[in-house]
Design a binder for this molecule. Sequence first.
Ligand code: SAH
Ligand code: SF4
Ligand code: F3S
Length: 489
Amino acid sequence: MEDRFDGKVTRTAPGEAPMQDRPPQEEPARQYYFIEKCRQHVLEESRRLGHPLTASVVTFGCQMNARDSEKLSGILERAGYALTDSEEADFVIYNTCTVRDNANQRVYGRLGFVHSMKKKNPHKRVALCGCMMQEPSVIEKIKTSYRFVNLIFGTHNIFKFAELLCAMYENDRMVIDIWKDTDQIVEELPVSRKYPFKSGINIMFGCDNFCSYCIVPYVRGRERSRRPEDILREIRTLAAQGVVEIMLLGQNVNSYGRHLERPISFAQLLREAEQIDGIERIRFMTSHPKDLSDELIEVMASSDKICRHLHLPLQSGSTRILQAMNRRYTKEQYLALAEKIRSRIPDISLTTDIIVGFPGETEADVEETIDVVRKVRFDNAFTFLYSRRTGTPAATMEDQVPREDAQAGFDRLLSCVQETAREQVARLSGQTQAALVEEVNDRDPSLLTGRLSNNIIVHFPGSPSLIGRIVNVELLENRGFYFVGRMAP
Ligand code: SAH
Ligand code: SF4
Ligand code: F3S
C-alpha cells in the first residue's frame, strides 16, 4: 500500500500539539475530525471572499462512481460548502472514469474548460478523483500539463476525502494521494443523496474477474464485500428517511459474500433486504452470467419487491471471442440461462452490454452476437466499440480490429438491437403498471417521468407532489423506447 503526499503536508507530530488537536487514529472518527477542520478553512475563506463557498461534484462513470459522488457531496456539505451543479463553483471535483478512452478524453476536455475559469477566478480550487487517477500515466500527464489542479486522489482512499481536503487547504502545491489497493471499508460517513426517494448502496467493491479487455480490476482493486449487517443497517436508515427504491451495487453482485468471514450468498442478502419495511423496490447491478444462481432466479420470481429487470452483460455472442475475453461462459450457456430466466419470470426485462471490435473479432463473430440478440430479444442493450486499455491483456493481443471494420459491425448490431428493443417495449402497450415518479419531465413541465419495475420510462400528466410516490399508469402510446401514458383512475 502506498500513502504519499507530493506536496508538503502539515502533520501533527507526537508531542507537538495539544492533545485535543491531534486527529484520532480510528475511522470514521478521524474523518469527522477533519470535516470540522475543513469547516474552519471554508468559513475563513468565505469570510475573506465575502460570499458562501460553493462546490460542484461532476460524475463521469457508472452507478458506483455516482454513488461515490454522493459520498463526496456529503463531506463537502458537512464541511460547509453549498452544493451546486455549476462548474463555476469555488471548488470543483471531477470524479473520473477510465473504462473506455472517450471517458478519459471528456475529462481532459473539462480540465481545459475549468482552467480558463480558474484564470479569471484564481481562488477557485480543482480536484480529480476516481478510476482514471489509478493510472500512473494519467498522473504524470496531469503533473506536467495540468499543473493548476489542487488535489488528486484515487478510488481506494476516497473515505479520506475530508483529510485530503484539509491537506489541500494547508498546501500551496498539488496534493496527490494514490493508493494501489486496500481492503479497508469505512462505514458511517456522511452522504448527500441526489434523490430523496431512491438510493444506490454499495454491497461490494472491486472486481476479481479480469475480463481481458477491462481496466476495472486494475483501478478498483480486489473484490471485497461489505458485511450484511452493515448493508441492512444502511437500508433501514434509508427506509426511515423515506427511500422507497434501492439499487444494490457491485461489479459482480452474484459473487457477493463469498469471501466474508461468515459467507452468505447474494440471494440470501436479497431475502433479508426484502424484509425491511418501507422499501418497495429493489434493483441491483451488475450480474455476471457465470455466477448467476438458480437460487437468485427463485428469489426474484417469488418476490414482490425485486424489480422485473435483470442487466446481464453478454459482451459477445461468439464462444471463441468470449473465451478470449475470459468471460467463462459460452454462447449456448448464455442462451440457456436467458431462456431459464424468461421461462421462470415471464414479465422480466433483460438488458445487456455488448462490445464490438474486440481483437480478432470477425464479421462471423458479430453475426453470432446478432443471433443472440435475436434469440434473447433484449429489452435494451448498451453497445460499445472496443477501446484498447493499456495494461489489460487484450491491449497486447494481435489482430486489433481496424476502427472502420469495428464501426461497420457496430452499426449492424445496433440496428438489430433497436429493432428487438422496440418489439419488446411494444408488448406492454395498453397495460397498467406501477411507476415510481422520479421527476418533472425536463422538456414538458406538465408531464411527470416515472420508471416501471422493468426499468422502462413512462411520461404522463400529473402533479409534482407525486414525486417519490409509486402510482399506477396506463401505458397508452409506445414511442419506441418509452411510453406516454395517464394515471389509472
Ligand atoms: N462489471 C460489469 C461491467 C462494468 S464496465 C460487468 O461485468 O458487467 C461496463 C461495460 O463497459 C462492460 O459491460 C463492457 O461492455 C464495457 N467495457 C468494459 N471495458 C471495455 C473496453 N475496454 N472497451 C469497450 N467497452 C468496455
Ligand atoms: Fe470488468 Fe469483467 Fe469485472 Fe465487469 S466483471 S468489471 S467487465 S473485469
Ligand atoms: Fe468507469 Fe470506474 Fe465505473 S472505470 S465504469 S467509473 S468502476
